[in-house]
Write a protein that binds this ligand. Structure first.
Ligand code: NAD
Ligand code: APR
Length: 229
């Protein structure tokens, strides 16, 4: 049993913005360029699988080109002083590539493909998913990404981790999409709660707000947290 304090970090698209990956609802966000209903719903997948595959193939190529930024790195470095659980809405793998060892992807992981008829997932390595790529059970492979209307992953584990948090740090999310956004309510009253965001327009009660860049503020804030003496 570790005597390190528990730190849970809940992240959204904003933590990866400074790695060059588009957010969803900023001015140049993905949902301004694409309609959710064309590329991120089960209906879109039925109607136009090629467009959906190309949308995620393009985002996957961008993820492969991107590098973790100082925010991802600071969260990984915090494992020296905290039991760290990362709960991320992001489908990029920048937390893992920065060295974080406990990452819960509630919306899936774009570097994996999934069978369309079961939960089997497959590492894509440097490949895209094309129409006609089938799983061993013979179904078309799809991106291992949660679409609107689908169930999200790891919610029990995420809620469990947050319910035991000594520190909860929310970074780069508009907290506008449920059920992920509702996880902030699982934190114990006595937990230290802080939020880093470029805009401070949706802050749950009890959270200390740090408005600005995730890459600049995350290292500063984690450095200021009391360390085990
Ligand atoms: P939800 O109903 O809880 O969220 C719907 C949200 O989607 C809305 O609050 C709004 O923020 C957004 N939205 C809906 N239509 C939109 C539009 N036209 N333009 C921009 N934003 C729009 O989510 P759900 O429908 O129950 O989906 C289940 C889960 O799937 C959610 O947690 C969602 O975050 C996730 N998801 C993941 C991806 C992805 O690419 N990773 C894409 C879509 C949804
Ligand atoms: N530093 C800090 N915050 C930032 C930065 C930055 N450099 N850049 C953007 N932000 C903030 C924006 O102000 C916004 O509040 O990050 C937030 C990003 O919010 P969204 O674009 O809504 O992304 P997210 O909250 O992750 O969306 C949740 O919606 O479409 C679904 O499944 C998809 O996981 C996604 C979910």
């Amino acid at each position: 049993m570790s005597d390190k304090p528990n730190l849970v970090v809940l992240t959204g698209a904003g933590i990866s913005a400074e790695s060059g990956l588009s957010t969803f609802r900023d001015n140049n966000g993905l949902w301004n360029e694409y309609s959710v209903y064309e590329v991120a719903t089960p209906e879109a997948w039925q109607q136009n699988p090629e467009l959906v595959l190309e949308f995620y193939n393009q985002r996957r190529r961008e993820v492969r080109q991107a590098q973790p930024n100082a925010a991802h790195q600071a969260i990984s470095d915090a494992e020296a002083d905290f039991e760290v659980t990362v709960v991320t809405q992001n489908v990029d793998n920048l937390h893992e590539r920065a060295g974080s060892s406990q990452v819960l992807h509630v919306h899936g992981l774009i570097t994996l493909a999934r069978s369309s008829i079961n939960e089997q997932v497959f590492e894509l390595h440097d490949k895209d998913i094309q129409l006609g790529d089938h799983c061993p059970a013979g179904s078309q492979l799809r991106p291992h990404v949660v679409w609107f209307g689908e169930m999200v992953y790891h919610m029990d584990a995420a809620a469990q981790a947050i319910s035991k948090a000594d520190y909860l740090l929310v970074i780069g999310t508009s907290l506008s999409v449920f059920p992920a956004a509702g996880l902030v309510d699982e934190a114990p009253v006595e937990a230290h709660k802080a939020l880093i965001n470029k805009e401070a327009d949706n802050v749950p009660p009890g959270f200390e707000v740090f408005q600005g860049s995730a890459a600049q503020l995350t290292p500063q804030i984690l450095q200021a947290y009391p360390k085990q003496t």
